[in-house]
Design a protein around this ligand. Structure first.
Ligand code: DQA
Length: 147
């Protein structure tokens, strides 16, 4: 299978950014973890990050017919973006929502997720490991639906 890992605004600042909340590992470490997981497990994974909502919508649209699953951390757009939800629904690619931090234990404005209603699964509070878990979840889901 081929997976697309989509990260929203400020995820490129990992490591520098509020390390008490998001951890000390940087975006490069996240890219390495995704690549290592893909190699070990024998699937393909491509990472995309943008600080711009429309670019995230474009990346999701362009995934149609190319990727079998999406792992997405829409970051702050989680809490605001109907456009990202609509793009995910438009392409109909199974996806897992990931948050590095435990959003459910944070501010009230982080309790809303527009994408969650269409997500196969949501992973929060596991740091960058959550992306690996999301990829394995998608892999298992696709294996089950093919059986
Ligand atoms: C985040 C949580 C969001 O509330 C926040 O805006 C982010 C990152 C996370 O991964 O924990 O930028 O999605």
């Amino acid at each position: 299978p081929r997976f697309l890992v989509v990260n929203g605004p400020n995820i490129n600042m990992l490591g520098l950014r509020e390390p008490d909340i998001y951890g000390k590992e940087d975006y490069r470490a996240l890219l390495d973890l995704v690549e290592r997981t893909a190699q070990e497990e024998g699937f393909a994974a491509t990472c995309f990050q943008s600080n711009h909502e429309g670019d995230l919508v474009d990346a999701i649209q362009q995934a149609y017919g190319v990727y079998d699953g999406i792992v997405i951390n829409p970051a702050a757009y989680t809490h605001t973006s109907i456009a990202i939800l609509d793009a995910l629904k438009a392409v109909g690619i199974p996806f897992v929502e990931v948050h590095i931090s435990a959003v459910e234990k944070r501010e009230g404005f982080r309790q809303v997720s527009y994408v969650r209603q269409a997500a196969l699964h949501t992973i929060t509070g596991r740091g960058i490991r959550g992306y690996r878990d999301a990829l394995l979840f998608l892999r298992d889901f696709l294996a089950k639906s093919a059986a």
